[in-house]
Design a protein around this ligand. Structure first.
Ligand code: URP
Ligand code: ZN
Ligand code: ZN
Length: 461
C-alpha cells in the first residue's frame, strides 16, 4: 500500500484553514495532526514538503462536456485529454453530461456514458443526465436513474435545432416527479420564444458579435423566472447553470425574495470576458451559449459571487480546436463552447482571493465542497476528512504565470484567457492517493477514473 506524508502545508477546507501534516494510506486520508512522526511510518513513505503551499481537497468541475458529440462533430478534449488538463488544473472530479437518447430509457444513456468514460477517464466523474423531452413511463426511468447513482437531470429551454429543447408541455409533470424522487433539476436558461422573435426581427449580419444580440440577456431573465416559478410551485430547488448576465441575476433575486430556492453556478468566462472579444477575426474562438455579455454584467456577477449570491463556479468546458471554431464566421454555425477546466483555479484565485475579496476557504467552497454537496458526493469528495478519498491538490499561492496556449494543455490549442497574468498554480494533484500530476508532468492513467454514485443533493436537505 502506498503511504504519502504531506508535511507542514496549510490545509484548507470550506470552513477553516490550519497548518498540519496529512497522511495518505492507500486511497484515503488516514491522519491529520500538527506533527506526524515519520518514525511511526513505513520506510518507503513518500514525504512531500508542503511548507508555503495550500493543501486543498481536489477541485470539482461540475459542468463539463468532454467528448461531446454534437452538430456533426466531436469536441477536441475527449476523456483522455480532459482528464489530463484537469489534473494540471488541480481538478480531480468532473460532473459531465449524458445526452438523452430519446429512443431508449434514460438509464441506457447513462450506462453508455459511464462505460465510455470508465475506459478513458484518469480522474473520477459523476453524471448529470440530460432530459430533452417528456414521455410515457419517465417516472420509473427517473427512479432507475437514482438507483444507478445519478441524482441531477439537465434540461434546456433552448437549442431546438439540436434537439435539446424541453417542451413546455409536460414540464410541470417533470418537476413533480423530480420533487417526489428528490432529483435536482439543473437548467440551461434562455427563453427560446424570445430568441426566435429576436431572430425573426434581426436584420443584417450574423457575425460572432451578432451572437450576443441574437441571444439577449432578457431571454435568460425570462427562462430563469419561468423555471424558478415552477420550482416554487413544488417547493423544490432549481439549479441554474452558467449564469451570464445582470438580468439573469435580477431573476434569481426576484425568485429568492419570494422564498424560492435557486442555486446558481457561473463560469470564469462570464466573470472575466465580455462581448468585445467577439469582434475581429478571432471572434469565433469566443462563441458560446449564452453569449458573452458586457463589462457591466461581468462586474455584477463578480460582486454577486463575492457576496455569496452564487454558489458554484464551474467551467462548461466544451472545447473545439481553433480550426473547428474558425471554420465558420457565421454565428449560427460556429460550434458553441470554449475550454476552461485547467484555467478555473488560477483565474478564480487571481480575481477573488489574490485581490483579498474572498478567503481561501470560500474558494474551496465554491470550487470543491459546495459542488460536492450539491451533487451528492460529499464528504467522499470536497473535504479533507479522515477516511475520505485522498483527492488533494497542492497549490502554490505565490506562483505567478501567464495563461497561454503554450502553458495550458487543452487539445483545442488555444485558451480564451491568452495573455492573462495569473497568481497561483496547482503543483501536485493526487487522485485517491496516487499522484497524477507533479512538477508540470502528467502521470495519470486512462481507465483509472471511477464513476461516482451520487447521493441526493444537499439542496433537498
Ligand atoms: O456553448 C456552450 N455552452 N456549449 C455547451 C453546451 C451548453 O449549452 O452548456
Ligand atoms: Zn448550457
Ligand atoms: Zn454546458
Amino acid at each position: 500500500m502506498n503511504t504519502t506524508l504531506i508535511r507542514d502545508g496549510l490545509l484548507v477546507e470550506s470552513d477553516r484553514s490550519w497548518r498540519a501534516d496529512l497522511l495518505i494510506e492507500g486511497e484515503k486520508i488516514t491522519r491529520i495532526a500538527p506533527r506526524i512522526d515519520t518514525k511511526t511510518l513505513p520506510d518507503d513513505t513518500d514525504i512531500v514538503e508542503a511548507e508555503g503551499l495550500c493543501v486543498m481537497p481536489g477541485l470539482i468541475d461540475s459542468h463539463t462536456h468532454y467528448h461531446l458529440v454534437s452538430r456533426g462533430t466531436v469536441t477536441a478534449d475527449s476523456f483522455i485529454e480532459g482528464s489530463k488538463l484537469a489534473a494540471f488544473g488541480g481538478v480531480t472530479t468532473v460532473v459531465d453530461f449524458a445526452d438523452h437518447d430519446k429512443k431508449r430509457p434514460l438509464v441506457a444513456s447513462t450506462n453508455d456514458r459511464i462505460d465510455a468514460m470508465e475506459k478513458e477517464m484518469a480522474i473520477d466523474f459523476a453524471l448529470h443526465q440530460g432530459v430533452y423531452g417528456m414521455h410515457e413511463g419517465i417516472g420509473k426511468e427517473l427512479e432507475e436513474l437514482l438507483k444507478r447513482g445519478v441524482s441531477t437531470i439537465k434540461i434546456f429551454t433552448t437549442y431546438k435545432n439540436v434537439g435539446y429543447l424541453i417542451g413546455m408541455e409536460g414540464l410541470r409533470d417533470l418537476f413533480s416527479l423530480c420533487k417526489k424522487n428528490q432529483i435536482m433539476i439543473s437548467a440551461h436558461c434562455e427563453d427560446d420564444t424570445l430568441i426566435e422573435q429576436v431572430e425573426k426581427e434581426h436584420k443584417g449580419s450574423y457575425t460572432p458579435a451578432d451572437h450576443a444580440l441574437l441571444r439577449p440577456a432578457e431571454a435568460e431573465y425570462r427562462a430563469i423566472k419561468y423555471l424558478g416559478s415552477l420550482a416554487g410551485e413544488f417547493s423544490m430547488p432549481l439549479y441554474v447553470v452558467h449564469l451570464s448576465s445582470s438580468r439573469g441575476l435580477d431573476a434569481v433575486r426576484e425568485l429568492r425574495s419570494k422564498g424560492i430556492q435557486v442555486v446558481v453556478e457561473t463560469t470564469p468566462h462570464y466573470l472575466l470576458l465580455d462581448a468585445s472579444r467577439l469582434e475581429g477575426p478571432q471572434g469565433p474562438l469566443y462563441v458560446m451559449t449564452p453569449p458573452l455579455r458586457t463589462h457591466h454584467d461581468n462586474r455584477d456577477i463578480q460582486d454577486a459571487l463575492i457576496a455569496k449570491e452564487l454558489q458554484v463556479v464551474a467551467t462548461d468546458h466544451c472545447a473545439f480546436t481553433r480550426a473547428q471554431k474558425l471554420a465558420s464566421d457565421d454565428c449560427r454555425t460556429i460550434f458553441p463552447g470554449i475550454p476552461g477546466t485547467e484555467e478555473l483555479l488560477p483565474l478564480v484565485y487571481t480575481f477573488a482571493v489574490a485581490s483579498s475579496r474572498m478567503s481561501l476557504s470560500d474558494l474551496v467552497g465554491i470550487l470543491s465542497s459546495t459542488p460536492a454537496r450539491l451533487f451528492g458526493l460529499y464528504p467522499q469528495k470536497g473535504s479533507l476528512q479522515i477516511g475520505t478519498d485522498a483527492d488533494i491538490v497542492l497549490f502554490d499561492p505565490e506562483a505567478t504565470w501567464t495563461l497561454s496556449s503554450d502553458t495550458v494543455h487543452s487539445a483545442s490549442e488555444y485558451t480564451p484567457y491568452e495573455g492573462f497574468s495569473v497568481a497561483g498554480k496547482a503543483v501536485m494533484t493526487f487522485l485517491r492517493g496516487h499522484l497524477i500530476m507533479g512538477d508540470d508532468v502528467y502521470v495519470g492513467k486512462p481507465g483509472e477514473g471511477k464513476f461516482l454514485r451520487a447521493k441526493t443533493s444537499s439542496a433537498y436537505d
